[in-house]
Design a protein around this ligand. Sequence first.
Ligand SMILES: C[S@@+](CC[C@H](N)C(=O)[O-])C[C@H]1O[C@@H](n2cnc3c(N)ncnc32)[C@H](O)[C@@H]1O
Length: 341
Amino acid sequence: MTMLTQSPGPASVARSILRLNTAYFQAKVLQSAVELGLFELLAEGPATAAAIHERLGLRPRPGADFLDALAGLGLLERKGGHYSNHPEAAEFLVPGGPRYLGGSIAQHARLHYRSWASLTDVLKNEPVKVQQDFRKDFENLDNVRRLMGHMDAFNSFVAHELDRCVDWSRHTTFLDVGGARGNVAAHLVRVHGHLRGGVFDLPQVEPLFDEHMAALGTASKVSFTAGDFFADPLPASDVVILGHVLHDWPPAAREELLRRVYAAVGPGGIVVVYDAMIDDERDDAVSLLQSLNCSIMRDGGSEYTVGECRGYAERAGFRFESAERVESLTGDRVLIASKPS
Ligand SMILES: C[S@@+](CC[C@H](N)C(=O)[O-])C[C@H]1O[C@@H](n2cnc3c(N)ncnc32)[C@H](O)[C@@H]1O
């Protein structure tokens, strides 16, 4: 553990360990600020503590500590008795911006934080409450909308990297399987004007896809096919994208999905898989923690190594082309494999 070996004295080592123990203090302060709409309020302009307390309904004593803790963490600025958003908070934490992370932070506050409390149980026993079927999450549209906001916080970063990793000049159509409300698809058709895209996802997602495409002005270039990717045929395409999908399922289901994708990809086409894949040496804590997150949130879910992913693709008939780490929130890897012409 680098953090520990760099620290000189015992107090410093002990503090480093305790920082791990109480890392959730910081997480909760950030999550509450998002839940309360603090960054949104300060986007209107600087405000005093008293004004913020009144608008958000905060008690003065913990409210004062809360605001100053956020300033200490670098998310707020405090000048002359007024608080304002730090420029980075303004960019990433005010709703409506292209890099807004609040959708994911709110989802972690509501769901992941509580689920992680069961880690010890998950390590020892079969999970009790986790779900495998997304349709249960999608029983009301607000749940779908919240999940889409959470996903888009992550996939927006990967979408930009896909521009670089894939030679789009060689292809004209793509299908984003489990492509949610089309955030990645919209980015690709906007940047690569010759592309026509499709999204394949569960029927409950379609109204949100329509809404998102209308907002982004990409409705004429991306179509939606509703279905179950384990049961219904996938529309034919030059490129099939599987992003943040395989980690939700156990290995046998991942292989099944790759076989279905192989049938949909045209000769000479490619499959593009992205996930926070684990390096083959298994020494990257970020992707290993992401993997635990998948195991907690989805029955049978986990991240997988690049080698395992290559195996899934090759057993489905694809030829491995490349795998590279990209600049994303969770250090994703993008693996590309081709279908022989
Ligand atoms: C973790 S999200 C990934 C979304 C997006 N690709 C991204 O990178 O953010 C998984 C997606 O798979 C979809 N999905 C789950 N089960 C499905 C199924 N059986 N058939 C079709 N889509 C499904 C979900 O609705 C969701 O949009």
